[in-house]
Design a protein around this ligand. Sequence first.
Ligand SMILES: [Mn+2]
Length: 409
Amino acid sequence: MKVLHLSDIHLGSSFNHGKINPATGRNTRLEDFLRNLSICIDEALREEVDLVLFAGDAFPNSTPPPYIQSAFASQFRRLAEAGIPTVFLVGNHDQHSPGEGGTSLSIYNTLGVPNIIVAEKIATHTISAKSGILQVVALPWLTPKLLLTKEETAGATLAEVERLFLQKIQVILEAEIRRLQPQHPAILLAHLMAEKATVGAERYLSVGKGFCIPLSLLIRPEFDYVALGHVHKHQNLNPQNNPPVVYAGSIERVDFSEENEEKGFVLVHIRGKNQVEWEFRPLPARPFVTIEVDLTTSNNPQKTLLSAIAQKKIHEAVVRVIYRIRPEQQDTINIKQLHQALSEAHSYTLKAETVTHLDRTRLPEIGTGNTLTPLEALTLYLENRKDLQDLKGDILAAAKQLLEKSLPS
Ligand SMILES: [Mn+2]
């Protein structure tokens, strides 16, 4: 049995890193995201998978423009038409207003699109796939407001709310686990922030920060695989693989915090109960490149900056150049030449950080009762000036000489 697990599509984001493609009239970043999404769908069809699991966050928010909704739908339509069941799990970015406003994905349920299941609530879906029965326990994005009553949280501290919230999830999940049929494979599909996960962009994208879910709630022998969404960096949180607890990660770089992350999806092979193998399949995500240069000590800032740019692979990349410069050096920068040097980038930003004076380092706090001799003060000062470390001995020796001369004999 084969399952394709993808997550965090965020279709319609990162437009500020793109430009209009004159041939299509569309933002190039929408085209990047769509290319990677269509590769996922191509692979699902080519591999003839039994099931596709989308672990949440379809768009940057729950009300995407119609043309972006259509682009998303036309990709998943290919799975529906091929008879491949697909589960859409609701992530935090898909909810309109928790518990009330519905989700950007609800329309698929309303229309009753064959082979597409929208998981908006905690529930177990028993799916008759091509090569057998699969059970998917769906755990969409949850907040205390969705699970706890006003009476339960009245007067409670944040720590108490967290404890009640986790307790509730545990009870609900336990009930789902007990109802599983042990003879069929079971997958937990969840959109959450798991303890131990290394976060990327999602830290900045989430408005209300949710609670971390302990791994002990997810690592259960009843599950053959745990398919996670929410964190954009691909990772397996359970190296023992009993079961694998895997974030597929986002399919494209959403912003610069994902500069060094590989992007892709996961192909899961279920050979039998608790006999699971999985592989990460990379996607051709657009490179993001940060070029950071300190020009304050350069004799030729323009040359230093140009050579820093020349050292990076910027072809068709999203580039940001950040340079530190002193006000009196600014006239030496030829912006036109920089634009030329960056012209082979897909898009770029230039940011100058003007340093008005060299950063003053603070001396450690001295208790009021203490007085320092001039030599002690100088020693402390030199310890805080990394740039003067080589001269420290000489300066102290010279100071000593001067002080001795000035002291009355
Ligand atoms: Mn999310």
